[in-house]
Write a protein that binds this ligand. Structure first.
Ligand SMILES: Nc1ncnc2c1ncn2[C@@H]1O[C@H](COP(=O)(O)OP(=O)(O)OP(=O)(O)O)[C@@H](O)[C@H]1O
Ligand SMILES: [Mg+2]
Length: 239
């Protein structure tokens, strides 16, 4: 079976600035891969290329073995590749339930709406308690949950998640990772960009380390801890 996602020698950047230099990475169906790297290493850029939000300047992105000729996020979504962006994306003036209903009605139609709302409130009970609250008045963490609920409930085949835990309280981070674990068990592949390296490695099968736009280490998640430690030590000593 072809990998669900394959990046082949991808270069990408912003104008004249190059953020990725010949990156190759695969995610097999049902596999969970952690992408680890320092601030500015190019993780978000890679996540955006992998979900069709940013066109590579050279190289190829393949989904199910088929080259995606152009970066068009809707085309990736149609194949079940979904991107949960860094930060929050909610409609501030709408209620929690209206925010959810807007996404779910598009994804599941009117008939599927009630079931999708139920699943979202199961994933995040806090949202159920606050269903009539205007989204702009939710706490930062609650807004994050709301934007997450909108993508998670669609049971994507591959979820590309960029710093899901950023700015969340530790208890909520645990809850988010527990949710990711369930989604994984249900068969969704994951490409996880995370600063909570411990959580990410526990969840994932494989890890890739990105440094200055290059993948410098790839291997099983259980070996990543030692690999990272020696790298941090070397970089620390060099400075
Ligand atoms: N829109 C942009 N225009 C110009 N440069 C950008 C843009 N977005 C990112 N960059 C640059 O590309 C490089 C990689 O950024 P990227 O956001 O991919 O890093 P990251 O690994 O996600 O970092 P972080 O951990 O801080 O989120 C950085 O040097 C950044 O300044
Ligand atoms: Mg980033």
């Amino acid at each position: 079976m072809a990998p669900i996602l394959e990046l082949r020698d991808v270069e990408a950047g912003y104008g004249p600035f190059r953020a990725l230099f010949g990156v190759s990475l695969t995610v097999e169906p049902g596999e969970a891969v952690a992408l680890i790297g320092a601030n500015g290493a190019g993780k978000t850029t890679l996540a955006r290329v992998a979900s069709g939000l940013l066109a590579p300047s050279s190289g190829t992105v393949l989904v199910d073995g088929t080259g995606m000729a152009e970066a068009a996020a809707w085309r990736f979504v149609r194949t079940g590749v979904v991107h949960a962006p860094e930060g929050r994306s909610v409609f501030a003036t709408l209620s929690v339930e209206d925010n959810l209903a807007l996404s779910f009605q598009r994804a599941f139609g009117r008939a599927g709406l009630a079931g999708a709302l139920r699943r979202a409130y199961e994933l995040f009970p806090r949202l159920g308690q606050r269903r009539t609250q205007i989204a702009g008045t939710l706490s930062g963490g609650e807004q994050r949950m709301l934007s997450l609920a909108r993508v998670l409930v669609e049971s994507p085949r591959l979820l590309i998640a960029d710093e899901l835990s950023l700015g969340l309280a530790p208890l909520v981070v645990d809850q988010v990772f527990a949710t990711l674990g369930r989604i994984r068990e249900a068969g969704t592949a994951l490409l996880i960009v995370e600063q909570q390296v411990g959580h990410a490695l526990e969840l994932c099968d494989r890890a890739a380390v990105l440094e200055h736009g290059l993948i410098t280490w790839q291997g099983p998640a259980e070996s990543a801890g030692a690999a990272l430690e020696s790298r941090l030590f070397t970089t620390g000593a060099a400075h």
